[in-house]
Write a protein that binds this ligand. Structure first.
Ligand code: FES
Length: 84
């Protein structure tokens, strides 16, 4: 998974957020269970799950935004910060 120009290798079953935190990447988060929306990132290449887009506006969903704490890292190949 590539995030803001750097490649990170997810462990099996790891979420996007878990992968980034394990590599000491500074990203926002709080609840870790899909409720607070503070971990939202944007997928540029890949297929975030419907669950990981629940609670986001249609516009955000269309533009690839998803909740990093509930999306498996193996499903998204290129990710950037929300709005970016
Ligand atoms: S950390 Fe709260 S929704 Fe992801």
């Amino acid at each position: 998974m590539r995030f803001v120009g750097t490649q990170y290798e997810p462990n099996s079953g790891e979420t996007v957020l878990e992968t980034l935190l394990r590599h000491n990447v500074q990203v926002g988060y709080s609840c870790m269970q899909g409720d607070c929306l503070s971990c939202v990132l944007r997928c540029v290449e890949g297929n975030p799950t419907a669950e990981s887009q629940e609670g986001l506006t249609q516009r955000m969903q269309r533009t690839g935004h998803f909740k990093a704490c509930v999306c498996l890292a193996e499903l998204v190949q290129v990710v950037t910060r929300a709005g970016g």
